[in-house]
Ligand binder design. Structure first.
Ligand code: ZN
Length: 82
């Protein structure tokens, strides 16, 4: 295990002090957030413009993504990236 210092206000300090295993609870909450994020990202498609390297994220996966950078000038359809 590694240590990470966190700051608590007097109220949250009291709450944390009454918990039997605050560290375990924090780990479990962080892992929940991580799992939710990974689940969301499954439904996203990422595209990178080969000309200006701007990355776009399409949540709906409609395809036909083109570069929206006005200064870029790349007019072809963007390919999805891993
Ligand atoms: Zn571009």
């Amino acid at each position: 295990m590694r240590h990470k210092m966190i700051n608590l206000c007097p109220t949250t300090f009291e709450i944390a002090s009454k918990m039997k295993n605050f560290s375990s609870w924090v780990r479990s909450e962080l892992l929940k957030i991580h799992a939710e994020q990974q689940e969301k990202e499954k439904n996203y498609t990422r595209y990178r413009c080969p000309a200006c390297w701007k990355v776009y994220v399409d949540r709906h996966n409609f395809g036909n993504m083109s570069c929206m950078n006005k200064d870029c000038g790349y007019t072809h359809e963007l390919e999805p990236i891993e």
